[in-house]
Design a protein around this ligand. Structure first.
Ligand SMILES: *Cc1c(COP(=O)(O)O)cnc(C)c1O
Length: 409
């Protein structure tokens, strides 16, 4: 029997450096009276992250969305850009803001990343770039994507918002294509409260990103093209430096939770684990399961509601699909019939709470709630009904999606 949690268990919880540490970190910022415009904290964080991510150049931004938009402006996208509908809306938004039209491409049923074969079928004379997403931190098939890009002369900008610290065959996940965007939002593994970065091996692109994040102003003071205000400020850079020191502990604790979920959920009929544990999926960004309603005995939405009655706020990540959102559903590439796998998967996935401070006993209880909810004739009578009155749960919209950014989503 499992009792409902007395406090809501959200899907994530940010790394929170000790407040006294943060104050100490802010002292030099106050002493210098330098709050933004690539100050000392910004430069220090950029250098540390370049090392940590093992990338030649890194340009910090105020968030991942502006980082991705600037990267796409920097490589000069136009016309059509092929991307996945199984992502956060920021991905197609960045394509649109950079002046191109997203073309949604179906995903691979196992990895949930772009299906390279499907990319090939969508290439037209108007295609200029591909924006693959390393979904849930699992690397895309970078070798095949890069070979398609070479064949057709396309740019590739990866969305690695989930893939901090990831690698492919021993190589940093930030070292493929023209550029790779990282998000340092509070809901991501490493964060600067809000923040992002673009990694690139291209010196020319790095120089362009420096201008793009600062209104397009160049070294001479001239402005040749449109730029944005995409700078990460000194306060957030200082917090980022403090957070970075806690990332290894966070990762270790998350892996412990991943191992518990994996052990307890692997044999539950109708549940499959999308994000394998260490070492196959080194980033531990999310723990995502897929529900086969017929075998499980309940569909994903019902399981989401069932978990809520225990005060467990999971997340239907990514649902709805970007191609089904009002802003994008009228695109020719958004027809559900052209995206059968993505549409099916979006109805099956559920991200479970995963963060370093989650007590192992809580992960065990969550896995047990799911196990007991699954259809097992012999155990049907042992279904744990909540023993207390239904707990007060904040409206799911507050925590599902990222409507209320103050609540970890
Ligand atoms: C978080 C996220 C973004 C946007 O990052 P922000 O830093 O929140 O702007 C983009 N793409 C994906 C896949 C994300 O999960």
């Amino acid at each position: 029997m499992v009792k409902p949690f007395t406090q809501p268990i959200y899907v994530t919880r940010p790394i929170l450096p000790d407040l006294a540490t943060v104050t100490e970190r802010l002292r030099p910022v106050w002493e210098a009276a330098w709050l933004t415009n690539t100050g000392a904290q910004h430069r220090a964080l950029e250098a540390r992250l370049r090392e940590r991510l093992a990338v030649p150049h890194l340009a910090l931004f105020n968030n991942g969305t502006s980082a991705l938009t600037a990267a796409l402006m920097g490589v000069g996208v136009a016309g059509e850009v092929i991307t996945t509908p199984f992502t956060f809306p920021a991905t197609p938004h960045a394509i649109r803001m950079a002046g191109a039209t997203p073309v949604f491409c179906d995903i691979d049923d196992r990895t949930l990343n772009l299906d390279p074969q499907a990319i090939r079928r969508l290439i037209t004379p108007r295609t200029t770039a591909i924006v693959p997403v390393h979904v849930f931190g699992r690397a895309c098939d970078v070798a095949r994507i890069q070979s398609i890009a070479r064949e057709y002369g396309l740019r590739v900008v990866y969305d690695a918002a989930h893939a901090f610290g990831g690698s492919v065959g021993g190589q940093s996940i930030g070292s493929f294509g023209d550029a790779t965007m990282f998000s340092f939002h509070a809901t991501k593994m490493f964060h600067t409260v809000e923040g992002g970065g673009v990694a690139t091996a291209r010196g020319d692109l790095h120089a362009a990103l420096d201008r793009l994040r600062n209104f397009g102003i160049d070294e001479t003071g001239d402005v040749e093209a449109v730029g944005m205000n995409g700078k990460l400020n000194e306060v957030q850079a200082a917090i980022g430096l403090a957070t970075l020191e806690l990332v290894d502990d966070e990762l270790m604790n998350r892996r412990r939770i991943v191992a518990i979920y994996t052990r307890l959920l692997a044999c539950v009929p109708g549940v499959s684990i999308v994000t394998p544990g260490w070492p196959d999926q080194p980033t531990a960004a999310y723990f995502v399961i897929r529900i086969d309603a017929a075998r499980f005995g309940m569909d994903r939405d019902a399981l989401y509601e069932h978990l809520l009655t225990y005060n467990v706020v999971s997340r239907k990540y990514f649902s709805p699909l970007c191609s089904n959102l009002t802003a994008y559903r009228d695109l020719p590439s958004s027809a559900p019939s052209a995206l059968p796998i993505a549409n099916r998967v979006a109805g099956q996935v559920l991200a479970l709470p995963l963060y370093g401070a989650l007590p192992p006993t809580a992960a065990q209880a969550i896995a047990e709630i799911i196990r007991l909810a699954s259809r097992r004739p012999a155990r049907a009578t042992r279904l744990a009904a909540p023993t207390a009155a239904p707990p007060t749960v904040r409206h799911p919209r507050l925590t599902d999606g990222r409507v209320a950014r103050s609540v970890p989503a």
